[in-house]
Design a protein around this ligand. Structure first.
Ligand code: DSN
Length: 419
């Protein structure tokens, strides 16, 4: 708890909140996080994130603000943008979106009009809420056509995507997913978009870190706009960003501010700068290689134990498990694993027969445990524990035995406090 000495002033002013933050630290330290969209940030990122940059209003962009006193935050934002440009090889970058959803909202606003047709991946096949779900602004503002994966291979069928695009002539095609375990062929999406005269947006929220580290191909040469988040595989603060061509730069910037946001969160932008700086180091490439290697081992071990892994494996940071043959739902699996100290989330699988709240699958990801230094051998042990719980979700004995191995693993793989 040493590094939490920064809580001292807080504990004097607000002991209740200080206690809650300590409790969360304890919770994270004593459980294994397999939620594919989560990670643990470095201490350097936490320092930037908790800095007094939070005090500053800076509506506008560097050199063009609506407030005085912005000389320092102008530099902060310029540095952040410059690092992201190098990291992703992008012509233009906006680092102000508060989240991935905000980045997507601004991109739609910049590129298309309400009522236009968008084509995104079906949510139950791996797409995100903001790719056209009925309950989301994207499904309410636009006419939505969804594509999915092939029933047999569980891979994106690019011929089917092309046929759908030729039939519906979308103004915008959205590529990217939050639970698709395979490489996405951005060149194929680009060819389809060009063929039907659509713009191409790629949402790399989940795989931004893998792209930065060179372990997943980049969409930047192919897409009109790329949106992403910093908190997942990039191991940064919670927030969004947008990459685009110089030609689209001013439309994207206007759609973020004043189109859909007010003042940028300068402390978060500073933390994004630290995140990009860390991702530019050679060690980050090795980190992303380890994320993917760990996920592969997990998929192999799960399959070897007789579980069905969607699409037969993984190329990225996540594995999707079909729980059908175990006769449990994703919700039951999630609850049983949490009782044993392992956190994963229920997830629909392609052609799921369970409603989304129950879900027929479980999504497990390796970014956070790789940050904690888990090796392939640790993954083998961990996968054995997961299988035990999934096969006997109601057993208190299994829960207690697994919980105690999890506790040992957590002690030998502490949260990253010192780098
Ligand atoms: N909710 C995130 C995820 O878990 O994939 C995406 O926004």
């Amino acid at each position: 708890m040493d590094s939490y000495s920064s809580l001292e002033p807080l504990s004097a002013v607000d002991p209740e909140l200080a206690e809650l933050i300590k409790n969360e630290h304890q919770r994270q330290a004593s459980t294994i996080d397999l939620i594919a969209s989560e990670n643990h940030v470095s201490r350097a990122i936490r320092v930037a994130h908790s800095s007094l940059l939070t005090d500053k209003y800076a509506e506008g962009y560097p050199g063009r603000r609506y407030y005085s006193g912005c000389s320092v935050v102008d530099e902060v934002e310029r540095v952040t943008v410059a690092r992201a440009k190098v990291l992703f090889g992008a012509e233009h970058v906006n680092v102000q979106p508060h989240s991935g959803s905000q980045a997507n909202f601004a991109t739609y606003q910049a590129l298309i009009k309400p009522g236009a047709t968008i084509m995104g991946m079906d949510r139950s096949h791996g797409g995100h809420l903001t790719h056209g779900a009925e309950v989301n602004f994207s499904g309410r503002l636009f006419r939505v056509v969804t594509y999915g994966v092939d029933r047999e291979t569980e891979l994106i069928d690019y011929d089917a995507v092309r046929a759908l695009a030729r039939q519906h002539h979308p103004a915008l095609i959205v590529a990217g997913a939050s639970s698709y375990p395979r490489i996405i062929d951005f060149a194929a999406f680009s060819r389809i978009a060009k063929e039907v005269g659509a713009l191409l947006m790629v949402d790399i929220a989940h795989i931004a870190g893998l792209i930065a580290g060179g372990t997943h191909p980049s969409p930047v040469p192919y897409a009109d706009v790329v949106t992403g988040t910093t908190q997942k595989t990039l191991r940064g603060p919670r927030g969004g960003f947008i990459l685009c061509t110089t030609a689209l730069g001013s439309s994207i910037d206007s759609a973020v501010f004043p189109g859909s946001q007010g003042g940028p969160l300068m402390h978060v932008i500073a933390a994004k700068a630290v995140c990009f700086q860390q991702a530019l180091q050679p060690a980050f490439r090795r980190y992303t290689e380890a994320i993917v290697a760990n996920a592969r081992v997990m998929a192999e071990e799960l399959s070897g134990a007789g579980l069905r892994v969607v699409s037969g494996g993984t190329d990225n940071h996540l594995v999707l498990v079909d729980l059908g043959q175990l006769h449990i739902t994703g919700k039951q699996a999630e609850i049983a694993l949490e009782r044993a100290g392992i956190l994963a989330n229920r997830n629909s699988i392609p052609y799921d027969t369970q409603p989304p709240l129950m879900a027929g699958g479980l999504r497990v990801g390796t970014p956070a445990i790789t940050t904690r230094g888990f090796t392939p051998d640790d993954i083998r042990t961990l996968t054995g524990l997961i299988c035990r719980v999934l096969r006997q979700p109601d057993s208190d004995q299994v829960r207690d035995e697994v919980r105690s191995v999890v506790a040992e693993m957590c002690v030998s793989h502490p949260l990253p406090e010192s780098y």
